[in-house]
Design a protein around this ligand. Structure first.
Ligand SMILES: Cc1ncc(COP(=O)(O)O)c(C=O)c1O
Length: 397
């Protein structure tokens, strides 16, 4: 048995299940705001493409994906992040993956130089895969806290010189899960400069980049920051994107990794052995999805309405603001987060995720403590119903 397996923590939903075990909700009708699974409808044209290409199932897919998909992705990235024409070569800079989760995980195994010193930096609180990826690649996770006083953004200046020297990979998550904070282009540039100085890889998880609330304020991305500071070959920079949230296609397992061509060449070799290639029919459907922005705009509109309505309802009873982006509310709770989640479930039959299940104690603080994560993925009526019940719970506190 690989001894590193013992370092993996139970997934947050296991902890949540245990927390709720002895509760009996006092009202009918359960509402789950705990899971970040998109619930808006998948685009019909994508489903049609899938059903009319089912015969593709009798072929093995290429690990590198077909050129049509890589071209569609390169075009999308170029337009979305205003990159220079032909800055991205679909042969070298793009690699389709079967959802960003598996890619974020395997990436660390591919690029960690296993030695006692290996550090992988990651935000705290964080998407749990980063920590597992660090452990299973033989590295030590090293957290940087994202706290309210700093608008839940990283403070790269606060990271020790010794940690930068040992850092092999840093995961960033922008827009952040769970915080919803977006790292600015200038802060990304600052990080790129650090990566040049200390020679580490930046793995930028941008899978929430298309869920934002102001059509004129799309979140910045690492590749545009690289171009903006003259890093035109994207050295040390890799981004992870997905159709799961952008296009409400989590079951299709379609995403991509893009950036530094040298890294992607090695990662392709790694993936050839790993054997995680996207089914041909999903590749064809993904081309359609990346080529269309209309459904993405409509999707955003639904989130804009939902966030406005829920925040309006909760504002009188709790400190709450619109996040920069993403589909989570990261609430600072007036009581301990586990107590909040358990009692809310018991009294109002609404499930939310305690923030401390997404974070670790570091530098004497646990930045997830006294926070809960609400995923506003359900339809508007259901989210409003949940907000009404949360309000009642808070009033009764
Ligand atoms: C921050 C973050 N990254 C990556 C993923 C993985 O998404 P997918 O594998 O569907 O692309 C998720 C899913 O919830 C996430 O929250």
């Amino acid at each position: 048995m690989n001894p590193d397996l013992q370092k993996l923590q139970p997934y947050p939903f296991e902890k949540l299940k245990a927390l709720k075990e002895n509760c009996t909700p006092e009202v009918e009708g359960h509402i789950a705001l705990s899971i970040g699974e998109p619930k808006h409808a998948a685009p019909a044209f994508v489903l049609d493409t899938i059903s009319s290409n089912l015969n593709e199932i009798n072929r093995y897919p290429l690990t590198q994906g077909n050129v049509e998909l890589r071209t569609a992705i390169a075009n999308w990235l170029t337009k979305r992040f205003k990159l220079a024409d032909r800055a991205l070569d679909p042969e070298q800079h793009i690699l389709p993956v079967t959802g960003t989760r598996e890619a974020l995980f395997s990436f660390a195994q591919c690029f960690t130089n296993r030695n006692d010193d290996a550090l992988i930096l990651m935000p705290n609180p964080f998407y749990q895969i980063y920590e597992g990826a660090a452990f299973l690649s033989g590295a030590t996770p090293c957290f940087y806290n994202t706290v309210k006083e700093n608008n839940y953004l990283p403070d790269f200046d606060a990271i020790d010189e010794a940690d930068w020297q040992r850092c092999q990979i840093i995961y960033i998550c922008t827009p952040g899960n769970p915080t919803g904070s977006v790292i600015s282009k200038s802060q990304l540039i600052e990080l790129i400069k650090l990566s040049q100085k200390y020679n580490f890889i930046i793995a930028s998880d941008e899978c929430y980049s298309e869920i934002y609330f102001d059509e004129n304020k799309a979140p910045a991305g690492l590749l545009e920051a690289a171009e903006a500071c003259g890093n035109n070959d994207f050295k040390n920079c890799v981004v992870f994107h997905s159709l799961s949230k952008r296009s409400n296609l989590p079951g299709m397992r379609s995403g991509f990794v893009a950036g530094d061509a040298q890294l992607l060449k090695s990662y392709l070799l790694y993936r050839t052995y790993q054997g995680c290639a996207m089914p041909p029919v999903h590749q064809i459907a993904s081309v359609e999805a990346w080529n269309d922005e209309q459904h993405v705009k409509q999707n955003r509109k639904l989130y804009v309405e939902k966030f406005a309505a829920v925040i309006d309802m909760l504002r009188p009873v709790i400190d709450i603001t619109l996040p920069d982006a993403g589909f989570y509310l990261w609430l600072n709770t007036p009581v301990d987060d586990e107590t909040f989640a358990r009692d809310l479930y018991q009294q109002q039959n609404v499930t939310v995720l305690p923030g401390s299940y997404l974070s670790r104690e570091d530098a004497g603080i646990n930045p997830g403590k006294n926070h809960v994560r609400l995923a506003l993925v359900a339809p508007l009526d259901e989210c409003l119903n949940a907000a009404q019940r949360i309000k009642q719970y808070l009033i009764n506190l």
